[in-house]
Design a protein around this ligand. Structure first.
Ligand SMILES: C[S@@+](CC[C@H](N)C(=O)[O-])C[C@H]1O[C@@H](n2cnc3c(N)ncnc32)[C@H](O)[C@@H]1O
Length: 234
């Protein structure tokens, strides 16, 4: 089997996995971000926070942690994910501008070496803000478990420019474009990519399209089903 997806909570599942099993961690966890004020930021459901038309996609939860608990929770699951990776495995973590400091701390506290940031330029199709800067970028925090695995491969771009809908319509509230994920998985060794927060399965699609294997978790049944259909078709 080239892929496995589990309809479970990632943290207890990670606790059950053997050490050194996976070759890379590429994931887009819930950001617990969005909204300027506490009353908006503590909303548990994502669609209200991130969409102007909240009924377009199935809901997902886990979006209501404050900074302190987000840091602790992220450190917990990242520590477990780190344990399940081989030495030298790359780690690529999505984040937004607000959670960048917390996520870079969590990944280092969990045992990874932080090596840089790739900017995802979402193009001028992203959210305008009158009189201010367009909210145009999200970030991929990257690093490794120990030494970087590849000292001779081609240099990959540090800024990736893709509209959210590049490669096909979005299937998830915060789904990532497939061409973006195709570009990111290029730094992963052959073997199995782990994504504990699979959503609609875009990381898995990129893994399979590049000849790698994929193991993931997705807690919401609606997204689990969407991801399984996509992965089976791939
Ligand atoms: C940002 S989305 C991932 C979107 C994905 N990159 C895509 O392109 O479709 C994060 C996903 O993590 C899931 N999630 C949140 N907390 C979880 C948990 N504790 N265990 C497993 N999945 C979880 C949510 O249901 C959501 O679908």
């Amino acid at each position: 089997m080239h892929w496995q997806l589990h309809n479970v909570d990632a943290l207890p599942w990670l606790l059950d996995q053997s050490a050194g099993e996976f070759d890379a961690l590429v994931t887009d966890p819930p950001y617990s971000s969005g909204g300027l004020h506490t009353k908006d930021r503590v909303k548990d459901k994502a669609n209200d926070k991130y969409l102007s038309s909240p009924n377009l996609y199935p809901e997902f939860s886990g979006e209501n942690r404050d900074q302190y608990s987000y840091l602790q929770w992220s450190t917990l699951w990242l520590s477990q994910a780190c344990r399940t990776l081989r030495e030298g495995a790359p780690v690529l973590l999505f984040s937004d501008w607000r959670q960048l400091p917390v996520m870079t701390s969590a990944m280092q506290a969990a045992g990874f070496t932080w090596r840089g940031i790739v900017a995802w330029d979402k193009t001028e199709a992203s959210r305008p803000q009158k009189g201010r800067f367009r909210q145009q970028a999200e970030f991929v925090i990257w690093g490794s478990k120990g030494a970087w695995h590849d000292a001779d491969g081609p240099t990959q771009p540090g800024v990736l420019r893709f509209a959210v809908t590049a490669g096909g319509p979005k299937l998830h509230t915060t789904g990532k474009p497939l061409p973006l994920m195709d570009a990111l998985v290029k730094v992963c060794p052959s073997g199995t990519i782990l994504d504990p927060f699979a959503g609609s399965g875009t990381t898995g699609m990129a893994a399979l399209r590049s000849g790698r294997r994929f193991v993931g978790c997705e807690r919401e049944e609606a997204y689990y089903k969407i991801a399984c259909e996509r992965l089976a078709a791939a």
